[in-house]
Each structure stands twice: as structure tokens, then as C-alpha cells.
Design a protein around this ligand. Structure first.
Ligand code: THU
Length: 132
């Protein structure tokens, strides 16, 4: 099982393989699933701006479409902004594939301004969320 630093490093690598000519804001994400498998993704923009895809959702979609179903951790990195928190839509996506057990809330791994790893939980970032 990869540790937080390794996941963040993979997210950093992923942030270099993006397509963001419109915002020039680069994001990479690395998602660890319960199986121990990891999937990475980067943001992919489009000339029709609203069609742009976030790094987190690309990484999650990659995992789910390869047979994963339960997220344990999500590392997110942007060279443009330290503590690059996931947007609201990505929080809802993360929640969709999280375990509902309060003690096992998905961990969100970020890097702060001092290159220190900061860990949050999805329940902290998206409390009282919608789930069927
Ligand atoms: N972006 C992400 O990849 N993840 C987020 O959680 C927030 C925003 C991307 C979308 C767009 O390509 C760029 O960052 C600027 O919004």
C-alpha cells in the first residue's frame, strides 16, 4: 500500500501531463482504492470551457472503469496553488465511492505552502452530503 508521500508524488507527476491551455492551472490527482491499486489523472480542458474535466474525477473514473469501487485516499497537487482543495463537484464524486463508516472516511492528501503534507477527511470537506 503506497503511503501519503508516494501518493502525493504520483499526483505531482500527473499534474505535468495535463491539458490546461485556457486556465494554465495544472492539477494532478492520485486515488488509492481499497484493493491497493492506484489511478492517476490530470485536468483536461476544452475550448468550450464548461466541458473541462477535473484531475480528481479523471482519476476516479479511471479506477471505477477498471473495476474499483471503494476509495481510501485521494492525493491532489497543483504547482499553481498549495493546498489545492477539491472543487465541490469532485467532493461529491469522492463521496459517491467512499465507505460510509464514519471512522473510515476517505482521506484527502494535500501539500501546504511549506511542502508539508496535510490530511483532511471527505466528511470534513463535505459534511451532510447527499447520498442515496
Ligand atoms: N480543477 C481540477 O482539476 N480540480 C479541482 O478540484 C478544481 C479545478 C481544474 C479545472 C480547470 O482545468 C482548472 O483546474 C482551473 O479551474
Amino acid at each position: 500500500m503506497k503511503n501519503d508521500e508516494e501518493l502525493l508524488n504520483i499526483a505531482k507527476d500527473a499534474s505535468k501531463l495535463n491539458y490546461a491551455p485556457y486556465s494554465n492551472f495544472n492539477v494532478g490527482a492520485c486515488v488509492l482504492f481499497k484493493t491497493g491499486n492506484i489511478y492517476k489523472g490530470s485536468n483536461i480542458e476544452n475550448a468550450s470551457y464548461g466541458l473541462s474535466l477535473c484531475a480528481e474525477r479523471n482519476a476516479i473514473a479511471s479506477g471505477i472503469s477498471n473495476g474499483e469501487n471503494c476509495i481510501i485516499k485521494v492525493a491532489i497537487y497543483s504547482p499553481n496553488k498549495k493546498l489545492c482543495f477539491p472543487c465541490g463537484a469532485c467532493r461529491q464524486w469522492i463521496k459517491e465511492f467512499s465507505n460510509d463508516n464514519e471512522n473510515e472516511s476517505v482521506k484527502i492528501i494535500l501539500e501546504d505552502e511549506n511542502n508539508k503534507i496535510k490530511v483532511f477527511s471527505i466528511n470534513e470537506l463535505l459534511p451532510y452530503s447527499f447520498k442515496i
